[in-house]
Design a protein around this ligand. Structure first.
Ligand code: ADP
Ligand code: MN
Ligand code: MN
Ligand code: MN
Ligand code: MN
Length: 387
């Protein structure tokens, strides 16, 4: 009876009321005990709090990574709600605070979606990191992006399509599916490849694709990449914060599923030196004006502005990007800006269908796979749309 009283205070309990009544009237005390635990388990909610750490480049083959911990919530909240409580963590263990007596950082929920791995009412809770004083932490670039989204910018209805490339490694740090000794065949058959000899690790890739769909992300496709064991998924088109949030969740899902599949995913811009493609995060960008008839004028104006700010952009487009932007392997130079129609050796490309339609979007090919998506979105907006 005291359990029933306790449960009454738990929201979501009402749906179990009848069940509870029936067992109280027939059960022995032992069976009641067992049953009561089952009911609690059904209504409690597992919330996975996810944030970006401060240890860029310090973790071997993994870069710029997510951290995560689970909160069990006795009064479940609707998935999608932002009423999940703030939480805290030890910033001295994630490269986000000095070790000392004030090392807590605050987790502020900003986006939630279904947890496709746990299922049920389980939820993924993406968080911004705040300092103990409640200010945005220096690693929190999401807040900087949010601050640029003035009414005027919002009215221009910016869309982003983020092509996230990543490279799979085995537990041993060896590229996934590569022969134990020596190398696979030279690059050529792998991009968009199919067949055991061309597509390495598709089971894992499909599981990740499924998870993104079940989480409700705007994932727009996947493909095998030029280097064997390297793949891509795309998030978008989506608004700037929406794009960033969904990319972060999709990255979390890569790492989390990798635990089950024995796969390590890295966003290192050049995971294997030599004649192997690096990994980028081409960012497709448009405004309402670019998408309207004759939008090519707005696209060309934006590209002119991007040309003037090239050094500022590449400096923030991901650590180690200098190993990737070498004018080889479908990249432009780190030093000089170049644009062109259908040119995959350009810094910024106008896709062929866009040139034909004379409207659409541009593709910034410079960001590395380990770029902070909120930073790319902010720079594209600041450079092309601010007066
Ligand atoms: P690529 O040919 O460079 O490999 P992808 O098909 O991988 O291109 O990615 C293109 C991305 O651009 C997709 O995520 C798509 O949703 C997105 N996209 C399409 N139209 C727009 C638009 N108008 N503005 C921004 N992004 C867009
Ligand atoms: Mn502890
Ligand atoms: Mn692509
Ligand atoms: Mn690609
Ligand atoms: Mn591309």
């Amino acid at each position: 009876v005291s359990l029933a009283k306790a449960l009454k205070s738990v929201s979501g309990f009402s749906q179990h009321k009848n069940e509870l009544r029936s067992y109280i009237s027939v059960g022995t005390s032992d069976r009641r005990e067992a049953r009561s635990w089952r009911i609690v388990a059904e209504i409690a909610q597992k919330a996975e709090y996810i944030w970006m750490d401060g240890q860029e480049g310090l973790k071997g083959i993994r870069f710029n990574e997510m951290r995560t911990k689970t909160k069990c919530i006795q009064k479940p909240l609707p998935i999608g709600s932002l009423d999940f409580p703030e939480w805290s963590f030890d910033g001295s263990s994630t490269g986000q605070q000095e070790i000392g007596n004030n090392s807590d950082c605050i987790l502020k929920p900003v986006f939630t979606c279904p947890d496709p791995i746990r299922g049920g009412n389980s939820v993924l809770v993406l968080c911004e990191v705040l300092t103990p004083e409640g200010n945005p932490h220096r690693t929190n670039k999401r807040r900087l992006l949010a601050d640029t989204l003035t009414e005027d910018i919002i009215a221009q209805d910016t869309w982003f399509g983020f092509e996230q490339e990543y490279t799979m490694f085995g537990r041993d740090g060896h590229p996934y599916g590569w022969p134990r000794a020596g190398y696979p065949a030279p690059q050529g058959p792998f991009y968009c490849g199919v067949g055991l000899e061309s597509a390495y690790g598709r089971q894992f890739v499909e599981a990740h694709f499924d998870a993104c769909v079940k989480a409700g992300l705007k994932i727009s496709g996947i493909n095998a990449e030029v280097m064997p064991g390297q793949w891509e998924f795309q998030i978008g088109p989506a608004g700037p914060l929406e794009m960033g949030d969904q990319v972060m969740i999709a990255r979390y899902l890569l790492h989390r599923l990798g635990e089950d599949f024995g796969v390590i995913c890295t966003f290192d811009p050049k995971p294997v030196p030599g004649d192997w493609n690096g990994a980028g995060a081409h960012t497709n960008f448009s405004t309402a004006a670019m998408r309207a008839d004759g939008g090519m004028d707005a696209i060309l104006r934006a590209i002119d502005r991007l040309a003037l700010k090239h050094p500022e952009h590449v400096a923030l487009y991901g650590p180690g990007n200098d190993r990737r932007l070498t004018k080889t392997h479908e990249t432009a130079s780190l030093r000089t800006f170049k644009s062109g129609v259908a040119d995959r050796g350009a810094s910024v490309r106008i896709p062929l269908p866009v040139a034909v339609a004379n409207k659409g979007f541009l593709e910034d090919r410079r960001p590395a796979a380990n770029v902070d998506p909120y930073v790319v979105a902010r720079l594209l907006i600041q450079t092309t749309l601010l007066p």
